[in-house]
Ligand binder design. Structure first.
Ligand code: FAD
Length: 291
């Protein structure tokens, strides 16, 4: 870090917003620093560091509020994983958090950091998309936060709509019908731990008498941004899935993604494997219901 850098450790949202108001940007918001510290040049050059883990509301909020689960942007993954309410109401989110990095990364890393880092491979992002999460962006104006959906925040790899004075404050996830609910989060990486996703897939849906009432499918790491697969969803919605229908859905998701070849994987591998992961999820899900 440069010698004359300033580090702010606001105790609450009021103090955080005052610091932002009274100082000149750029600011570097930091939570777990698991992304920032490995971006060595950026970390060295970081000016006006603002530690969000000292902000009580952002670090402590985790629980039910107004028919939804609210999670502070600076709550570490390990607390989300251990939280009994989240485990009961949002098992898909717990599963994604469990698959992020290692225990050490989970003890420091946060949803706010995953969202603001805006990697197409961010594992929480497809899950927050299928859960229809609301992302609360501060500072609040007249007590009101700006609220966006996850796919409105990232504009490209490493790029977001966040202004230089804006930060992610809370992640709010509405309650979902639990009757007939099925879900899956799958990630394909180089290894079974500490691996950045070559691709990931989140599926959340509801069955009624063996018919798919609704389904949401979102992928990560197979396009510059996460992607809801609405045409694939359409094939499955209001139908009783069988092998033929699942094959149609797999063909469609192959067409709906636009992966690239990079150091982690090739375009064709990603296209093929995304379809196979979807097939596996659908076979497992519908086998449970004796089809
Ligand atoms: C060894 C290793 C393994 C990893 N494995 C995975 C993995 O499996 N899956 C995965 O998705 N990621 C992985 N990561 C990446 C990283 O751990 C996650 O993206 C994590 O969620 C980042 O959270 P953080 O709090 O540490 O963010 P930080 O590093 O503190 O911040 C990341 C970025 O977000 C900004 N920021 C942080 N919080 C906010 C906020 N509330 N508002 C606005 N801006 C903010 C920072 O300025 C910075 O630009 C891994 C990283 C490492 C080092």
């Amino acid at each position: 870090m440069s010698k004359n850098n300033t580090v702010f450790r606001p105790r609450d949202l009021k103090e955080l917003d005052r610091i932002i108001e009274q100082n000149v940007p750029p600011f570097t918001f930091v939570a777990g620093a698991t992304d920032l510290m490995v971006q060595t040049e950026r970390w060295r050059a970081a000016a006006n560091l603002i530690d969000l883990t000292s902000v009580s509301e952002l670090h402590e909020t985790l629980g039910v509020k107004d028919s939804s689960v609210r999670i502070g942007a600076a709550v570490p993954y390990s607390r989300i994983i251990k939280n009994s309410v989240v485990r009961e109401l949002l098992p898909i989110l717990v599963e994604a958090c469990r698959q992020i990095g290692s225990v050490q990364i989970q003890n420091r890393g946060t949803l706010g950091g995953n969202i603001a880092n805006a990697s197409p491979a961010g594992d929480s992002l497809p899950v927050l998309a299928v859960l229809d999460a609301n992302i609360w962006i501060g500072p609040a104006r007249n007590g009101k936060f700006t609220i966006k959906k996850i796919d409105e925040i990232m504009t490209g790899p490493g790029q977001t709509i966040l202004g230089e004075k804006q930060y992610i404050a809370f992640i709010e996830i509405p309650f979902h019908e639990r009757e007939g609910q099925f879900w899956a989060f799958r990630k394909v990486g180089q290894r079974s731990a500490l691996a950045i996703s070559k691709l990931n897939l989140a599926v959340l849906g509801w069955l009624n008498d063996g018919i798919v009432k609704d389904i949401r499918i979102c992928s990560g790491s197979v396009a510059p941004q996460i992607n809801r697969h609405r045409r694939t969803e359409e094939i499955l919605r209001d139908k009783k899935p069988d092998e033929k229908l699942i094959e149609q859905a797999c063909q469609m998701i192959r067409r709906e993604i636009s992966p690239i070849s990079d150091i982690r994987s090739t375009e064709e591998y990603r296209r093929h494997t995304t379809a196979e992961v979807l097939r596996d999820i659908l076979y497992q899900t519908f086998a449970i219901y004796d089809l």
